[in-house]
Design a protein around this ligand. Structure first.
Ligand SMILES: [Zn+2]
Ligand SMILES: [Zn+2]
Length: 341
């Protein structure tokens, strides 16, 4: 549960920056491992991102398609991002949101995870890496309705286990969006049903089976700090990080929709909460920054990257270096250094 901390003075005092105020850049360069673009005009998105990086003090941005279902007419995958990012050494690309995730969701629905589906899945995963993707994302095991429809698949589904094996074999990570559900619960407010189901299935035990399935597979559980169920507490994150050395987390803070467990006080505009700082300090090698920023930047209002930078800028120097740069370089096995093909 979110802890309201009395006596912690919010930095700046308000979480909406006025249009006159300049955004504050990161104190040291950072890698943003989770961002999205506008598929109708990827080239324009890339230009917007490159301009923003100077303002943010971002060294690298990893773009990925969101997790799509098979019948979504808006579905796209890494190809259009790779084409737009061609030759840009500050950008990298994950793939699979538009195809591998769609196959997982479909297989979870039909119950068919037979040899033919597995063969096609593996072929597509390896094709994405050949094309220049540096890992797999954005996949989902539990995703509320947003730009994409409600999606749910067991995190230990045979195709997720297969993807862990492929990721381990090729030394690339998986970026997984999964609302935290230690037990079955009714849909929490303010989510609405429909379009989301009235009851949600548990997923944490199955997630732990995925993590244990192949300890060489590096799995980034996306959006730490942006919790829509109330269960993604620092306590749950701590227990899972302790139990599973191949688990990593990227930190997202949405100033317009901070969720139920923001690491920052005052919604998403204040001081870092002590229980989150302690978690980062106790697992300094396991957190990275994944803003979930969209480019071009949506207007109006403060951007997601600004809230994450507000957190980074409050960290002690050594910890900030790790969360901002070193961890991402290690998790991506220095593939972020390579220019997309
Ligand atoms: Zn997500
Ligand atoms: Zn995302």
């Amino acid at each position: 549960m979110a802890l309201v901390l009395l006596g912690v003075a919010p930095l700046g005092g308000e979480n909406q920056r006025s249009s006159a105020a300049e955004p504050v850049p990161a104190l040291s360069p950072f890698v943003d491992v989770h961002a999205h673009l506008e598929p109708a005009d990827p080239a324009h998105s890339v230009q917007a991102a490159l301009r923003a990086m100077t303002v943010e003090n971002a060294a690298k941005i990893v773009f990925m398609p969101p997790p799509f279902t098979a019948d979504d007419p808006a579905r796209y995958d890494a190809e259009i991002i790779l084409a737009a990012a061609k030759g840009q050494d500050k950008l990298a690309v994950l793939g699979g949101g538009g195809t591998l995730n769609a196959m997982i969701q479909q297989s979870a629905r039909t119950g068919d995870a037979g040899p033919e589906i597995r063969r096609k899945f593996k072929e597509r995963a390896e094709e994405l890496l050949r094309l220049g993707a540096v890992g797999f994302g954005e996949l989902t095991a539990e995703h509320f309705q947003g730009v994409t429809p409600y999606q749910s698949a067991p995190p230990d589904h045979p195709l997720f286990l297969l993807l862990a094996d492929i990721a381990a074999e090729h030394g690339v990570p998986i970026d997984l969006h999964m609302e935290a559900l230690p037990q079955p619960i009714p849909l929490p407010a303010p989510m609405k049903s429909p379009p989301n189901p009235p009851q949600l299935r548990a997923n944490i035990a199955a997630f732990e089976r995925l993590l244990d399935h192949n300890p060489r597979a590096r799995i980034i559980w996306a959006h730490a700090g942006w919790d829509n169920t109330g269960y993604r507490t620092p306590g749950l994150c701590r227990r899972l990080l302790q139990a599973h050395p191949n688990l990593y987390m990227d930190v997202k803070i949405d100033p317009l929709k901070p969720g139920k467990n923001s690491p920052l006080a005052n919604g998403a505009g204040g001081a870092i909460k002590p229980e989150w700082l302690q978690l980062f300090q106790d697992f300094p090698d396991r957190f990275v920054v994944g803003t979930d920023q969209h480019y071009p930047e949506p207007l109006p209002g403060p951007q997601r990257w600004e809230a994450v930078v507000l957190l980074l800028n409050q960290l002690p120097d050594g910890l900030r270096q790790k969360m901002a740069m070193e961890n991402a370089e290690r998790i991506y096995a220095h593939k972020l250094d390579a220019t997309p093909h």
